[in-house]
Design a protein around this ligand. Structure first.
Ligand code: ZN
Ligand code: FE
Length: 254
């Protein structure tokens, strides 16, 4: 079994600790900080083998060096980001497969938020660690990529099984949902999800992971083929990329 522990840090970041119970192998995804990870490792009695980074932003790689120094773990990150992610030991490219004990993860390149962004898909655990590419009801801002690139990246995620759990790197769900309602006010799945999300946040609980099917039903960045959405933003009959581009533009100004 692959145990997954969510560690909330900073204002709204999530770090994930992954542990294959059969082999004892352990990885951490996007350690913004080292200390909360070291504390949790100690609490669980686990030894850290790998850091998996999705992209170079400091709130995803800030703990790399200290974790290496204190645990002897190795860092996996995109080859293209080797010179701007601290301490990379093993560079990976789109389509590569890495293993955490018995669990294989496929690396998918998802440029858009950054040019070198990658996500890790654990098919056997039905889990996707998608960093800042896809958020619950949102997607990453386009800092280093075009809307077309981000749209292509999201198509790769859309193609995964609907039951895949989406482990994104930030608790942005409630704010994303408020925007989503402005572009698809009549979407009942979205209205229902917002009721759940609002309740979870009142209780100070995490809304992550979500399920991919839930995102397909509620996330405006995955819903460019919704006629209601197209009408609402005056893009009726637009190409999928042009509808996505307009949703992204509106969110940037929301
Ligand atoms: Zn980022
Ligand atoms: Fe981030």
């Amino acid at each position: 079994m692959l145990k997954i522990i969510q560690i909330p840090v900073l204002t709204d970041n999530y770090i994930y600790l992954l542990h294959d119970t059969a082999s004892g192998s352990t990885a951490v995804v996007d350690p913004a900080l080292s200390q909360p990870v070291l504390d949790e490792l100690k609490h669980q009695g686990w030894r850290l083998d790998w850091v998996l980074n999705t992209h170079h932003h400091s709130d995803h790689v800030g703990g790399n060096q200290e974790l290496k120094a204190k645990t002897g773990c190795q860092v996996i990150a995109a080859n293209s980001d080797k010179d701007r992610i601290p301490g990379v030991d093993k560079g990976v490219d789109d389509g590569d497969v890495i293993k955490i004990g018995q669990y294989a993860a496929k690396v998918l390149a998802t440029p858009g938020h950054t040019s070198g962004h990658i996500v890790y898909y654990f098919a056997d655990a039905a889990a996707l660690f998608c960093g800042d590419t896809l958020f619950s009801m949102g997607c990453g801002r386009l800092f280093e990529g075009t809307a077309e690139q981000m749209w292509q990246s999201l198509q790769k995620i859309k193609a995964l099984p609907g039951y895949t759990r989406i482990y994104c790197a930030h608790e942005y769900t409630q704010a994303n949902g408020r925007f989503a309602l402005t572009v698809e006010p009549e979407n009942q799945a979205l209205q229902q999800r917002m009721i759940e999300v609002n309740q979870l946040r009142i209780e100070n609980r995490s809304t992550v992971p979500s399920i991919l099917q839930q995102e397909l039903d509620t996330n405006p960045f995955l819903r460019e083929d919704s006629l209601a959405l197209q009408r609402q933003i005056n893009c009726e009959g637009g190409t999928p990329v042009s509808v996505f581009t307009e949703v992204r533009r509106l969110k940037d100004h929301f």
